[in-house]
Design a protein around this ligand. Structure first.
Ligand SMILES: Nc1ncnc2c1ncn2[C@@H]1O[C@H](COP(=O)(O)OP(=O)(O)O)[C@@H](O)[C@H]1O
Ligand SMILES: [Mg+2]
Length: 239
């Protein structure tokens, strides 16, 4: 089985060489735990090693992301000029199918092998406003008629099946960045069951340390021991 290297120094060693190819992995954590940095580093290291990548952000402008990461030695504009990476910003999304169409085009354009979606939570929260996700559902699951109410579990599950099937068809290895909430790894507590892997990032304020845990990774052995991580001038790494 082919492995896709994480780009995080020390991490591949504790999961037998990297993510199993074509995995869809949740990178879950509270704000400020390093999810975005993790994702950018994954794309950057791949792009420099013959595996182009696309980073899709719902939260920050592309320039904002590329500027913020420059001090850590990552020159994304250069990679973008060489067609090795793309940083995209999704805005005013009416339906998930629209975003994924554009995403698919970009993946094909640069023959991307890696993908990051920052974040899955931003897609999930609008699930019940996506026509493609609520059409044909039996009435029982549509009792929440008002789309500004939280989506039902059925709608979230349908959305996630759609997303994961689509990602598998693109032949990429994907990180889905996810907001951890109330002891769940994702907003609605469903994505953790459907994804191939879960990486949890945490901060421990009293000890001034950060940790990374591999909670789940299908098709591979991996450590269960929480790993201490550091953010240095070279980025995120295991200590
Ligand atoms: N360029 C950087 N230089 C130094 N520290 C950084 C840099 N980028 C991020 N960090 C540190 O990493 C933390 C997490 O950043 P980020 O990846 O944006 O978190 P998240 O996406 O989980 O909210 C920041 O709060 C900061 O402490
Ligand atoms: Mg972030």
């Amino acid at each position: 089985m082919k492995r896709i290297k994480s780009g995080i120094p020390g991490l591949d060693r504790v999961m037998k060489g990297g993510f199993p190819e074509r995995s869809v992995v949740l990178v879950s954590g509270e704000p400020g735990t390093g999810k975005t940095l993790f994702g950018l580093q994954y794309i950057y290291s791949g792009a420099n090693n013959g595996e182009p990548g696309v980073y899709l952000s719902f939260e920050q402008e592309s320039e904002e992301l590329t500027e913020a990461i420059k001090p850590l030695g990552m020159d994304f504009p250069k990679l973008e000029k060489q067609n090795k990476a793309r940083i995209l910003r999704a805005k005013n999304v009416r339906d998930v199918t629209e975003v994924f169409e554009i995403l698919g085009e970009q993946v094909k354009a640069i023959k991307a092998k890696r993908l990051v979606i920052d974040s899955l939570s931003s897609i999930e929260i609008f699930a019940s406003t996506f026509k493609s996700m609520v059409k044909d559902l039996p009435p029982m699951t549509l009792e929440r008629k008002f789309t500004f109410l939280p989506p039902s579990t059925a709608v979230i599950r349908r959305l996630l099946y759609h997303i994961i099937d689509y990602l598998k068809s693109l032949n990429v290895t994907t990180l889905l960045i996810s907001e951890a909430q109330n002891n769940k790894y994702s907003r609605y507590g469903v994505a953790e069951f459907l994804s191939d892997g879960i990486i949890r990032l945490t901060t421990h304020k009293a000890l001034d340390t950060r940790k990374l845990e591999i909670i789940k990774m299908r098709n591979t052995e991996h450590t269960l021991k929480p790993q201490t991580i550091q953010i240095t001038k070279k980025g995120l790494m295991l200590v």
